[in-house]
Design a protein around this ligand. Structure first.
Ligand code: GLN
Ligand code: ZN
Length: 766
């Protein structure tokens, strides 16, 4: 029985890569320094895995920015617009080209946009989307892969296992950049290049080669299924004696089980954390030649593995396959977990004993191998930790569980229907047609962030910090009044992050010092950890909301983050269904909503920025997710009087397929991101006859560009032609915290002018 890892975090345990890349981009360090740092991280990662006794160690899993982009460069999939950067390519220039593709290029009179970025399946990791043309050619373009493998081979010998995205997944994750073809049809041209790559790696001495094909867990069309068979049959025919491992993760193989098992490869990796039930399906059909890699250790979470449960899975597989054909592995690449729990010196020891980060997960593999071979000691220690978590008072709070158990249908329903509420709310707030508002945050300037840093260092007292934030809030309110916004916000200056701010005030959450995970390029996030039953010991936002409301006669929105978004952007418990954790958070938010209402706040926004991204990969599982996600929002939103107006906000404009669920949230007003496909989105809402009020973002806050008045007026006219005018709000498409003040001010002044013009031109006619 061998152990293998599928991928290791590449940012470095102290986020060295982030720091070095940012210095490199700022021109403060050169190519050589950046390269040396990259090599040092790889060496350290390999050593960590050697120390833990991992038998097959991934190499080529390091990336300066993103591994899908690395693959595009390897295969010569370089969009036309970068051709000015292609001449006389030295290795340094190749790296410049690479960063240009990742981040855009504005130098030497050139202005080239970056490639589009999107989420890697259902993770919060973003990759650069390959761009394909109808006449797309592939070739071995970059030699990086082979150079790195040489180094890995010298260091790790036969343990060195090159890793790259498989051909079908690579195509499916990309996009057609012109009409008239389907990218999956490019498989015929792509596979010969993969054959060459695999042959070269073999010549260099690779034994096992890992091809990641998470597309095998998606709903595949017949053509896509055929592409799999074609690709791997061809590779098997052309290369002999290779040991190919196809890795799948994030879901079970489901209807693709048979397909995956007939691919003529030597090993298949399956994710038994997300989909333990697939083990029996796979064992029932597995051919004799195939090795099976069991994904036992959760690569997406921070909890210790339950060895007893893993052992049961190992034994079940071993009974049928024998131990020689088994590999033990994390469920997926460890890219998605924080790096080293040993660095967390501030955690409660009891809770820390329940956790494992990437490095600790490698040692878990070693333990599992030993336990499978009959050793008892690691199993006993693990049992104690698992048992302590199962029964700890820190985790289990009976009153929280009781309250969740007592949730009824009535708790998820507003008192009256929307039309009744709408009438009462219109009477209460007396807003004009096309009311204007913003999504919540105003620019988090260096000054504002600096305040928090100084408070942390003790250079600022709590009172001084408070006073400075009050000042910023007052200024923002004065300014909103001046330009004539209708519904004001306090600006969220007191918040570091929209989830962390709430997590810090709720029971059941903990925060790490170094638990960073790569989100994209040099950007890392440090998600909170939900370890126990969630409850709300005290008001969280009422102080700031009432302070802000007292500064103005205008309506002031209270701002909350919704339960699904808090869940989605945290590491969550694995000892109860996500649904249940979400309900606990929903009750806490419900109490905060009630407290805000009690304090006189008449409009309350509950952001569900992340509801769309929690959507399961498989269609068959989506309805159930959407049902509990929507229910959680409704629990949070429904405790108020009819006159209280509930807003929600969502990022990402791809709602077309889930619009009935968005409507089922029954928010009085929804504001949404529409920057990419305004018309398409509005049509979806119109076709569905979306019943409640809606603020389609009239400008894209993700760019510093200031939109013109006419541009926004025409968007409003378009919206008014599709949706009832009384239902329309006017707002930017997301929070403004990443923007600078000058462009924010200019854009909002234009937005208000546009709303006024729309009232004059469209308003009177209805
Ligand atoms: N209220 C939050 C803000 O304005 C919403 C952010 C988001 O949607 N991501 O920043
Ligand atoms: Zn948003």
């Amino acid at each position: 029985m061998l152990t293998q890892n599928l991928g290791y975090p590449r940012i470095g345990s102290q986020r060295q890569l982030k720091k070095a890349s940012e210095q490199f981009w700022a021109g403060k360090i050169g190519h050589q320094e950046l390269n040396e740092l990259a090599i040092a991280i790889q060496e350290e990662n390999w050593q960590t895995q050697l120390d833990a006794g991992v038998d097959l160690i991934p190499c080529n899993d390091f990336s300066f920015y993103d591994h899908v982009l690395d693959t595009s460069l390897l295969l010569g999939v370089i969009p036309e617009r970068y051709s000015p950067l292609l001449s006389n390519l030295t290795p340094d220039k190749e790296r410049n080209l690479y960063f240009a593709m990742a981040r855009g290029y504005q130098k030497d009179g050139l202005d080239i946009t970056a490639m589009e970025m999107t989420k890697w399946l259902d993770t919060n990791y973003h990759y650069l989307v390959p761009e394909f043309r109808a006449d797309q050619e592939f070739s071995i373009f970059s030699q990086q892969l082979f150079a790195v493998f040489d180094r890995a081979k010298a260091r790790l010998g036969e343990k060195a296992k090159p890793v790259l995205p498989g051909p079908v997944t690579y195509l499916l994750l990309g996009k057609e950049k012109e009409p008239g073809f389907e990218r999956i049809d490019l498989i015929n041209k792509l596979v010969p290049v993969y054959v060459k790559i695999i042959q070269r790696l073999k010549e260099q001495g690779a034994v096992w080669i890992q091809l990641d094909e998470p597309a095998l867990v998606l709903d595949l069309s017949p053509k896509e299924q055929e592409a799999f068979t074609y690709a791997y049959t061809t590779i098997a025919k052309e290369v002999d004696g290779e040991k190919l491992l196809v890795a799948t993760y994030f879901e079970g193989l489901g209807p693709n089980t048979q397909l995956a098992l007939t691919l003529p490869v030597q090993a298949l990796h399956i994710d038994l954390v997300r989909a333990p039930e697939q083990l029996d399906e796979v064992l029932a059909l597995i051919p004799d030649r195939l090795h099976l890699s069991l994904g036992l250790v959760d690569g997406r979470n921070v909890w210790k593995n339950d060895y007893e449960r893993s052992l049961e899975l190992i034994q079940r597989a071993a009974r049928q396959l024998g131990t020689d054909r088994l590999l033990l592995a994390p469920s997926c690449s460890l890219l998605h977990s924080p790096i080293d729990l040993d660095l967390e010196t501030g955690l409660d020891e009891e809770v820390k004993n329940w956790m494992a980060f990437a490095k600790q997960k490698l040692w878990e593999l070693r333990d599992l191998k030993q336990i499978a071979a009959g050793e008892e000691a690691p199993l006993l220690a693990n049992k104690r930790a698992i048992e302590s978590r199962r029964s700890s008072q820190k985790v289990h709070r009976q009153e929280v569980k009781d309250r969740v158990a007592a949730i009824t249908e009535t708790d998820t329903r507003r008192k009256s229907t929307f039309s009744v509420r709408q009438q009462l709310q219109h009477e209460r707030f007396q807003l004009p047609l096309f009311p204007t508002t913003t999504i919540g945050s105003f620019p988090q300037t260096d000054d504002i962030r600096g305040l928090r840093a100084r408070l942390k260092k003790g250079e600022l007292s709590e009172e001084e910090y408070q006073a400075a934030i009050e000042q910023a809030t007052i200024e923002a309110i004065r300014w909103q009044e001046e330009i004539g916004l209708d519904v004001l916000v306090h600006g969220e200056f007191e918040r570091n992050d929209m989830v962390e701010y709430f997590g810090e005030q709720l029971d059941g959450f903990l925060f790490t010092k170094n638990g960073w995970v790569q989100s994209y390029g040099s950007r890392c996030v440090k998600p909170p950890v939900i370890y126990g039953d969630v409850s709300r010991p005290a008001d969280m936002t009422v102080g700031w909301a009432t302070f802000a409301a007292a500064q103005t006669e205008k309506p002031m929105k209270g701002m909350l983050t919704g339960p699904v978004t808090i869940l989605q952007w945290s590491f969550v418990r694995d000892d109860q269904p996500r649904e249940q954790t979400t309900q606990q958070i929903a009750l806490a938010i419900r109490d905060e909503v009630a407290a805000l209402e009690q304090a006189g706040i008449g409009i309350i926004q509950i952001d569900e920025a992340a509801i769309r991204e929690g959507l399961p990969l498989r269609k068959a599982k989506q309805a159930s997710y959407l049902n509990w996600a929507v229910q959680a929002f409704r629990i949070a939103a429904s405790a108020v009087q009819d006159q209280t107006q509930i807003h929600t906000h969502m990022c990402y404009s791809e709602f077309n397929d889930i619009i009935e669920h968005i409507a089922a949230m029954d928010a009085d007003v929804i504001t949404i991101e529409t920057s990419r496909s305004q018309t398409e989105l509005l049509e979806a809402f119109a076709d569905f006859k979306y019943p409640n009020e809606i603020g389609p973002g009239v400008y894209d806050i993700h760019s510093p560009r200031v939109p013109g008045v006419q541009e926004m007026v025409s968007l409003l006219k378009k919206a008014a032609s599709l949706l009832p005018v009384r239902h329309l709000w006017v707002n930017p498409d997301c929070g403004l915290k990443t923007r600078k003040w000058p462009e924010t001010k200019a854009a909002l002044v234009n937005m208000i002018t546009a709303a006024r013009q729309a009232r004059e031109e469209i308003g009177p006619s209805i």
